[in-house]
Design a protein around this ligand. Structure first.
Ligand code: SF4
Length: 298
């Protein structure tokens, strides 16, 4: 890896560990995917929240307890005093995730990372947790980075979306642009995979053909090329750079969705019977895509 991780003018990658531990939890906080693994299962909720605030805010035991109960109330945990004295396994998955959010918000961070915060939860609880995060973000005037594989989760909740594939940015734009003017084939495939409410029941979900690449032995050229329905010979040889339009829409693709070149690439691949293209055209689910370099021509 290379590059910098800038936060408030500081490069986090070059800071010594003691300065980083002050930033983590205090200025930058994180909510993890599964609260059952991020919370300590043998320590009561109250102690987990109050220890965190005592460590970072130098509060007395009584002050820390009061703040912990207040935090549990702020994330809409009913009977916060009871939850304070409970073990994690005594709460539901949604309540445990609220506790994780309370811990993350305890020191008033400027930036909150929420890493797949709703993956382990059922759909109705997912909605409540996302609403809670959105509410806390606006009430606290805090920035939030929501990491997800589900574009349905971020629709209507974010200002900007960065789509990454194999560890690199492939598309970056405002949320409106990403949904209305999708330009990268991977983003298009992610959007296609969101189930639609008007689909008949038992409609097969649209999966992306093939599997993500092995990051140690990356394919040459574009890393999405083995799975891309539009891939041409150039895609297997040259890695596309991230180019930015004047509207600030950045895409790394030689044959961007919606362009004439993209339509021609699709027609060529369809005529050549390229598996990744046929899979999209016919709605098939295929796990392994044979790499057919040059099947569609240059
Ligand atoms: S069209 Fe080519 S460059 Fe664009 S995503 Fe597909 S394989 Fe990559």
């Amino acid at each position: 890896t290379s590059g910098k991780a800038l936060f408030d003018g500081k490069d986090l990658l070059s800071l010594p560990m003691n300065q980083m531990t002050n930033i983590w939890g205090q200025e930058i906080a994180m909510v993890f995917q599964d609260p059952m693994t991020s919370l300590n299962p043998v320590v009561k909720i109250g102690r987990q929240v109050s220890e965190h605030v005592r460590k970072h805010l130098s509060l007395s035991r009584r002050e820390a307890r009061e703040l912990a109960v207040q935090l549990l109330k702020s994330v809409r945990i009913p009977e916060a005093e009871v939850a304070y004295s409970s073990f994690p396994h005594e709460l539901s998955g949604g309540m445990r995730q609220r506790v994780s959010i309370a811990i993350a918000l305890a020191c008033g961070p400027q930036l909150l990372f929420a890493d797949e915060p709703t993956t382990a939860l059922d759909v109705t609880v997912q909605h409540q947790i996302l609403n809670l995060l959105g509410l806390q973000q606006s009430e606290r005037d805090m920035a939030m980075v929501l990491v997800t594989h589900d574009l349905g989760v971020v629709a209507g909740r974010t200002d900007e979306i960065i789509v990454m594939y194999a560890g690199k940015i492939v598309e970056q734009a405002s949320t409106h642009q990403i949904f209305q003017n999708t330009s990268h084939p991977y983003t298009e495939a992610l959007l296609r995979s969101i189930p639609k409410t008007d689909q008949p029941s038992h409609t097969r979900l649209a999966a992306i053909a093939g599997r993500p690449p092995n990051l140690i032995t990356m394919p040459s050229g574009c890393s999405f090329s083995p799975r891309c329905p539009y891939a041409q010979e150039r895609c297997f040889e040259e890695e596309p750079p991230l180019t930015v339009t004047k509207e600030g829409h950045a895409t790394a693709c030689w044959y961007q969705v919606g362009t004439e070149a993209n339509r021609a690439a699709w027609d060529k691949n369809l005529a050549a019977g390229r598996p990744a293209t046929l899979a999209v055209a016919e709605g098939q689910v295929i796990d392994e895509v044979p790499i057919d370099i040059g099947a569609g021509g240059a």
